[in-house]
Ligand binder design. Sequence first.
Ligand code: ADP
Length: 191
Amino acid sequence: MINLILFGPPGSGKGTQAEKLVEKYELLHISTGDLFRYEMGNNTPLGQEAKSYIEKGELVPDEVTVGMLRNKVEANLDVEGYIFDGFPRTVPQADALDNLLAENGNEVSLLLMLDVPDDELVKRLLLRGKTSGRADDTDESIIRNRIEVYKSETTPVFDYYAAKGKAAKVYGVGSIEEIFGRLCDEIDSHA
Ligand code: ADP
């Protein structure tokens, strides 16, 4: 099994690259952002709770996020591997993921971080906001808050996997194909 974590700040291109990786390595793509948007779209209790955090650019509490992720993984145990996108975003989430995979005799193979400068992120997200219909992509102060939350709460997850020799950083500026090539090189040499 190959279990990848696609990591990086908002706007770093995780969704775009995840799609390509899924096709090449035949993995199941699990995006917590997509799962929350699905719940919000259906106005479920989980969606309503998540919305109050997401619209401020804050993280949804770990127990809510981990519960949702666990359901998704447990409903899809019969796969070649997973690509986690937008998860884990905190160290407790990383612990929860390791435990969940270990229950089925699996583990994280590699975390791949897309490294992109802040100003480029803001530019990309504002552009995405014009067409995506995502309220969290239209306001620059909410975007900056998401980037700050990423730096304070999420980057420790990189160090957590780096300490286990399971993290790689890839430069996330260039053409989609160039960046994809860099990611594949890391996967093929580590995973
Ligand atoms: P981005 O494009 O900003 O990386 P996502 O689509 O992955 O965003 O997620 C959108 C929002 O959903 C985040 O800003 C956050 O509020 C919430 N969210 C997504 N994943 C998580 C998570 N693992 N833990 C807590 N909140 C999350």
